[in-house]
Design a protein around this ligand. Structure first.
Ligand code: NAD
Ligand code: DAU
Length: 345
């Protein structure tokens, strides 16, 4: 089986490539990634000598480059992870989100149709459903109501993907997952940012009142769901993925402080590091995903309890501090200073 994986140098894509290589001896993988600030080939350093794996640097918006790569590789399956993914960056610079997340997806769909792939899987997000109040959950039938440029671009991609199914019968699926955590996540996101700031004695920026809620899933559980949908999902269908771990941001931050304080007693890690900062514009209040459909129809279940997964993740970051420091480039520092202001840097 031949897998064309886009965005495989990022967080979830690199974990999915490792997941496939560990479980599927007959797979051949081409990782097509443009290595933006979030793409890092070191995320794949443990497997880059595996002869089932190869890499091509390219942008999903480049029709010719994608088409050439398909001509040479002849994929059975396309899994599209490639995207601009950070909500805060979409607020300050939406253009690139429309380019990569909408136009890039249309390009991939067109090439996938031309090469008659067995399945195209669009990796989407629960953010396309908008924001919940105190109660309720997102189901696959919940109307799309994206509220940030990031989520609007992902919703646009979902609609295009469905259009290619209905209009051209391209066999597609869409997965909509909640917030992922685990190894190799870029440090701009809440969990790795909190861990790194604790280790470096820096303030932890918490937006607004800290009571916004996200629904967390370990990246390995997301990978097992993706693989199942790719092979067993009914063409044309959308599947929600989540593990029922709703937590407020402040609770997440305090849990990380508690765990790190225990394992790094010399570092003086305490709740004094928490700094409440100006809220994110249009900040969605609560996400909670109902994944009954994939659990019932495809017999999927998450397997990693949140507190255990978080502790393992924290240990992973402790063991990989050198690699993480190399991700903190000058560009990232500039982004960080601009995003949070000098007083928190
Ligand atoms: P990430 O930001 O860590 O990685 C994105 C990868 O895509 C990088 O390797 C980058 O170089 C590559 N890329 C970006 N634009 C590209 C382009 N135009 N052409 C080729 N490559 C390009 O992202 P992630 O967190 O791993 O997310 C992967 C996918 O999963 C995204 O589509 C995202 O919307 C979706 N998703 C993420 C989460 C989450 O919690 N992280 C949850 C649900 C869905
Ligand atoms: O729900 C799935 C989505 O989860 C994915 O589609 C996105 O690609 C991914 O980035 C993630 O989006 P969020 O905006 O939820 O993730 P982030 O880690 O940026 O923020 C999580 C919560 O923490 C959110 O409520 C904002 C808050 N936050 C975030 C940062 C970076 C803070 O309070 N302080 C911060 O510095």
């Amino acid at each position: 089986m031949r897998y064309f994986i886009t965005g495989g140098a990022g967080f979830i894509g690199s974990n999915y490539i490792r997941y496939l290589l560990n479980r599927n001896h007959n797979c051949t993988i081409l990782n097509f990634d443009d290595l933006t600030y979030a793409g890092n080939l070191n995320n794949l350093s443990t497997i880059n000598k595996d002869n089932r794996y190869s890499f091509v640097k390219g942008n999903i918006c480049d029709f010719q480059k994608v088409d050439e790569a398909f001509d040479q590789f002849h994929p059975d399956y396309v899994v599209n992870f490639a995207a601009e993914t950070h909500v805060d960056r979409s607020i300050t610079n939406p253009d690139i989100f429309v380019k990569s997340n909408v136009l890039g997806v249309q390009n991939l769909l067109q090439v996938s149709l031309r090469h008659e792939v067995k399945k195209y899987l669009q990796i989407s997000t629960d953010e396309v459903y908008g924001s919940l109040g105190k109660t309720g959950t997102f189901k696959e039938t919940t109307p799309l109501d994206p509220r940030s440029p990031y989520s609007a671009s992902k919703a646009g991609a979902d609609l295009l993907t469905q259009a290619y199914f209905h209009t051209y019968q391209l066999p597609i699926n869409i997965t909509r997952c909640s917030n992922n955590y685990g190894p190799y996540q870029f440090p701009e996101k809440l969990i790795p940012l909190t861990i790194l700031n604790c280790l470096n004695g820096k303030k932890i920026p918490v937006y607004g009142d800290g009571l916004n809620i996200r629904d967390w899933i370990h990246v390995d559980d997301h990978c097992s769901a993706i693989d199942l949908v790719l092979h067993s999902g009914l063409p044309g269908e959308v599947y929600n993925i989540g593990a029922h771990n709703e937590r407020s941001n402040i609770k997440i931050v305090k849990t990380i402080i508690r765990i790190l304080g225990k394992f790094q007693p010399g570092l003086n890690i305490s709740e004094d590091l928490i700094s409440f900062v100006k809220d994110r514009k249009g900040h969605d209040r609560r996400y909670a995903i109902d994944s009954t459909k994939i659990q019932k129809n495809l017999k999927w279940e998450p397997s990693i309890p949140f507190e255990k997964g978080l502790e393992i993740t924290i240990h992973w970051y402790l063991d990989h501090q050198d690699g993480l420091e190399s991700v903190i480039t000058k560009d990232y520092q500039l982004y960080y200073d601009k995003q949070y202001g000098k007083k928190i840097s």
